[in-house]
Design a protein around this ligand. Structure first.
Ligand code: DNO
Ligand code: MN
Length: 358
């Protein structure tokens, strides 16, 4: 695929190097970030330039950012949100100046993605991240502590220590934020930023809630197709669209991921794909992440790639979380080896589909 990417956390935050990424066949993009900048602050031009320069020096491109995180005051709808939105707009402008085309973000309150086990043992001896409802205590702090403690010393995106130190305060701050309020706050945000995105040609690609269900009594607003229709209508624009994270949406067995891709790619509202597979452990929706290969998981990756192909998908794609294999012991979900295998497989499917249709 033309725009195959690989998520990279930067020199100081990743044990994987840009030259490692360059050696994965068929990768052209680095999905980059300024990982150390707290949500709410403006991304400085010099740091964006430095990132772009080093990515390009490695023979790769920097057109997708994941994520520019959204300050909780915006999601809660506090009066301070206007300043944070101003900062976000400045970041969009700065990124546009250096050629960024897509920004992936999410609108999950307090928590980003949640797992109950980061080292779930699979029959082949590898480990993967898993979610089992029975291990989800009603104490969010204990889940956050476990996520940090079991991350092999890495900081996980969405689980930054400064955010986790504030869980208690945040849970209280979100007390009155229900689905309706959170949706209204997303609309307020989109109304402010999308006109800027239109002007600077930067597409906003919202990432689904992961897992796609409510946790700890907090609302979640991007769980399925109906939610996507609502989000789309909050601010109609070819710049207001989606990251389709196959794993995240696929974690609800009711979600037909290829059908969702077909519907929204046909309307050009899909800007970014996270190609990942999951496997259900039981009928309650508990799952572990799996190798991408369709037969290893519950999602049909051929159908997913076919849905993209049939809609002439020109956007970006990256593998998402992988297993920990070959003693890598990397950042859980973000090691080199299994994600490289995923890329090879997704590109193989793409080549086969392409040649079949020539
Ligand atoms: C989960 C992963 C997440 C994701 C962020 C996006 O499926 O892709 O790390 O990147 O939640 O903001
Ligand atoms: Mn994802």
């Amino acid at each position: 695929m033309k725009n195959m990417g690989f998520r990279w956390y930067g020199d100081n935050n990743d044990s994987i190097t840009l030259s490692d990424i360059r050696q994965i066949p068929g990768v052209s993009q680095v999905v980059g970030t300024l990982f150390d900048i707290p949500a709410g602050e403006v991304w400085p031009k010099d740091q964006i330039k430095h990132l772009k320069d080093e990515v390009e020096a490695a023979g790769l491109k920097l057109e997708v950012i994941e994520s520019v995180n959204i300050h909780d005051d915006i999601k809660i709808g506090l009066p301070t949100r206007d300043q944070y939105i101003e900062n976000y707009i400045e970041t969009i402008r700065n990124l546009a100046e250096y050629g960024v085309k897509v920004i992936c973000y999410n609108f999950m309150p307090v928590f980003d993605w949640v797992r109950t086990d980061l080292h779930y043992l699979l029959p082949d001896g590898s480990t993967a991240m898993a979610f089992e409802q029975k291990y989800l205590t009603d104490d969010p702090q204990s889940i956050a502590d476990a996520m940090q403690k079991n991350s092999n010393g890495y900081v996980q995106a969405g689980w930054e220590p400064e955010r986790m130190a504030e869980i208690k305060r945040l849970m209280t701050a979100y007390k009155d934020v229900d689905t309706e309020k959170l949706t209204a706050n997303l609309k307020y945000f989109l109304d402010a930023i999308i006109p800027v995105c239109e002007k600077y040609d930067v597409r906003m690609a919202m990432h689904p809630d992961d897992p796609p269900r409510e946790l700890f009594g907090l609302p979640r607003i991007y769980k399925n197709r109906d939610d996507m229709l609502k989000i789309e209508q909050l601010h109609e624009s070819p710049y207001n669209g989606f990251t389709i994270c196959c794993g995240s949406l696929g974690e609800n067995p009711q979600n037909d991921v290829p059908a969702i891709i077909r519907e929204f790619a046909a309307k050009d509202r899909v800007f970014f794909i996270h190609g990942r597979n999951i496997k259900f452990i039981n009928d309650d929706g508990d799952f572990h992440e799996s190798a991408a290969l369709s037969s290893e998981g519950s999602l049909d990756m051929y159908e997913i790639m076919k849905a993209l192909y049939d809609n002439d998908y020109q956007g970006y794609i990256r593998p998402d979380h992988g297993r920990d294999i070959w003693h890598e012991n990397g950042r859980p979900g973000y090691g080199l080896y299994d994600r490289a295998l995923s890329i090879n497989y997704l590109n193989g499917l793409w080549e086969a589909i392409n040649k079949d249709h020539r």
